[in-house]
Unconditional design. Structure first.
Length: 193
């Protein structure tokens, strides 16, 4: 029995189209990575100071960032991110200052929006936008902030399947890729190959 090439190509095309649409539907149905979720479990805190842990952040970063090097390395690697990328985000967001608080209410080294304070006023379709986030007090702890921030960023990168798109979603709303491109430029400037 000879198979007609036209019929074969239409069958292959139908299968490919089905796979593409099924994959897209699965990605759309995945939960949003806006905080803690079963898909991105928290990593256990480490005992000790950040300086007690191995550092795999470029020594070219300013000391304000390098003082957090051990925790940056530990949590970045635990969440499949480059320590230099996380260090670049910390440098851009807070200048390495753990007590940094933005005008919009973002807190700490990675400038995470908490569920309380000024951020509690932000409303989304289903209620307060940051209701599932930690409190401001929790985010003021540098180690907790780094763990939560790297987990959140990792979830966004995974969800969008792109580092640039994940950073765009991590950053402030309404600025397009400007935020992502600035963080990536810092990363490129300081990272060690």
């Amino acid at each position: 029995m000879r198979l007609d090439p036209g019929v074969f190509m239409r069958a292959v095309t139908a299968v490919v189209v089905f796979i593409v649409f099924a994959s897209a539907a699965l990605l759309r149905s995945a939960p949003a990575a806006t905080g803690a979720s079963p898909e991105s479990p928290a990593v256990a805190s480490v005992s000790g100071d950040s300086s007690d842990l191995p550092c795999r952040v470029s020594s070219q970063y300013p000391q304000e960032v390098l003082q957090w090097c051990g925790w940056i390395t530990y949590y970045a690697e635990a969440h499949d991110l480059s320590p230099d990328l996380v260090a670049g985000l910390v440098w851009y967001e807070s200048g390495g200052k753990p007590g940094a608080i933005s005008r919009s209410g973002a807190v700490g080294l990675m400038q995470v929006m908490p569920r309380d304070g000024p951020a509690a006023k932000f409303m989304c379709v289903n209620g307060p936008c940051f209701a599932r986030r930690p409190t401001r007090q929790e985010l003021e702890d540098p180690e907790f902030n780094l763990e939560f921030g790297t987990r959140m960023l990792s979830g966004l990168v995974s969800r969008h399947q792109s580092l640039r798109d994940g950073l765009k979603s991590y950053g402030p709303a309404g600025v397009g890729y400007t935020y992502a491109d600035k963080v990536l430029a810092i990363y490129e400037r300081y990272r060690e190959d």
